[in-house]
Design a protein around this ligand. Structure first.
Ligand code: GLV
Ligand code: MN
Ligand code: MN
Length: 413
């Protein structure tokens, strides 16, 4: 039996159902934010499945979780596959989790089919990909790749003021795993990440596999406006320094400045915090987030300049500042891996199309360490970052079949 034949659709689907109970929401999604009790529970569950199969489980100083199946050559660098187990606050059951479970299913299939590989194959669950609780996102893979500094990341606070270092310590206490020595990061020979598409193209074109060629660049910002708290009933308009009104003027101008003719630029204000948050006090401070993405870094650069100009122009009579918290340049995947994914998809007689990724993924960091690529499968109506996110057991299994075949080739390179 070949490795692809040993992929078990029922097992892979059941594992998604088991994981979906951890942080499960009434609408059928999950709220399993990074380094929460629910995140710890998912680590423990994956760890228990891994240990039951005799795979080695370990973690590193930023909490990335590794499940390793040894190869025959003790000196050969590993190949890796995985994604993330943290979710958006109103997240779905498949974003990230599919990539982790597909990688784990690949390890199990290799084991079941008795396939040996020269290189070790490692399944990984990266810490804090979503970046909804702690910013920046894709943190675990960025630290692993040396793109973000470990000590700096450990000091990051969530919106409640909880320091990441403390949340990580709690998580690792609740979900213990042997700690790898030293700073995060070890040499890799290849990386492939499976993920739901999170957009509608595969479904619209009736294709099963997306051969991912690239990931668009993304930048995140925090804008803060400072006004003056005042009585809502007595303060005349001319005397007001309304921090929310200033934020609103900026937001309006920003939406206009980021509306491009070909609908390629992505601009989102996803979080607004108005302080002190009282109905009858004029807001003294407003903080909002910006997430902006485009395949061309020069376009992002030009629009960043516009955002800064808008903040400066629209603040008065308040004061305001814009801070860039993340910049991830566009990623082009290694043609060797992209071609291999396409070739294996063809061999398995699955319909497919080449496509760039609109969403960010951990692969964008790991692509700087070794040849890397991604495999997409469809999700219902392209809906993601939503509790109703859905995918079919057949498509998930098809992606895992492609994945295991790609991994076998990479691991015997
Ligand atoms: C990841 O979830 C992203 O925001 O692209
Ligand atoms: Mn994801
Ligand atoms: Mn996501």
């Amino acid at each position: 039996m070949g490795a692809a034949d040993a992929i078990r659709e029922d097992r892979l689907w059941q594992r998604h159902a088991d994981m979906a109970k951890l942080g499960g929401t009434p609408k059928g999604g999950v709220n399993r934010q990074a380094l929460s009790a629910e995140d710890a529970a998912s680590r423990n569950l994956l760890g228990s499945w891994a240990r039951a199969r005799g795979f080695a489980v370990s973690t590193d100083a930023i909490g990335n979780l590794f499940v390793r199946r040894e190869g025959t050559d003790p000196k050969a660098l590993p190949v890796m596959s995985g994604s993330h187990m943290d979710s958006q606050p109103t997240g779905g059951r498949f974003d990230g989790m599919y990539g982790v479970l597909a990688a784990f299913e690949a390890l199990e299939a290799l084991e079941d089919a008795g396939v040996t590989t020269r290189r070790p194959v490692v399944a990984v669950a990266w810490t804090n990909e979503e970046g909804s609780r702690f910013q920046p996102g894709a943190m675990g893979s960025a630290v692993f790749a040396g793109h973000n500094d470990l000590d700096e990341m450990l000091q990051v606070k969530d919106w409640k003021g909880i320091v990441l270092k403390d949340a990580l310590a709690e998580t690792l206490k609740a979900a213990p795993a042997p700690m790898l020595d030293g700073r995060p990061g070890f040499p890799l020979d290849g990386y492939v990440e499976a993920h739901i598409e999170q957009g509608p193209r595969l479904e619209n074109e009736n294709k099963t596999i997306g051969v991912v060629t690239a990931i668009q660049g993304s930048r995140r910002y925090i804008v803060t406006t400072h006004g003056e708290e005042a009585h809502a009933g007595t303060t005349p308009r001319a005397a007001r320094k309304d921090a929310f009104a200033a934020a609103l003027r900026m937001a309006q101008a920003m939406y206009e400045a980021t509306t491009d003719d070909d609908d390629t630029l992505r601009f989102t204000i996803g979080r607004v915090e108005v302080a002190p948050g009282s109905p009858n006090t004029v807001p003294g401070q407003t903080v909002f987030t910006i997430d902006m993405r485009h395949p061309d870094d020069a376009v992002l650069e030009a629009h960043e300049k516009k955002l800064k100009e808008i903040v400066a122009a629209k603040a008065a009579p308040c004061s305001a500042g814009i801070e860039r918290v993340t910049v991830v340049p566009p990623t082009n995947f290694d043609p060797m891996v992209v071609d291999l994914v396409r070739a294996k998809t063809n061999e398995l007689q699955l319909s497919h199309m080449d496509m760039p990724s609109g969403a960010g993924h951990d692969a964008m960091h790991i692509a700087h360490l070794c040849p890397a690529g991604m495999i997409f499968v469809p999700c219902e109506r392209g809906i993601s970052h939503n509790e109703i996110e859905n995918a079919t057991p057949q498509d998930l299994a098809a992606g895992a079949r492609v994945l295991v075949e790609v991994l076998v080739d990479l691991a015997n390179r």
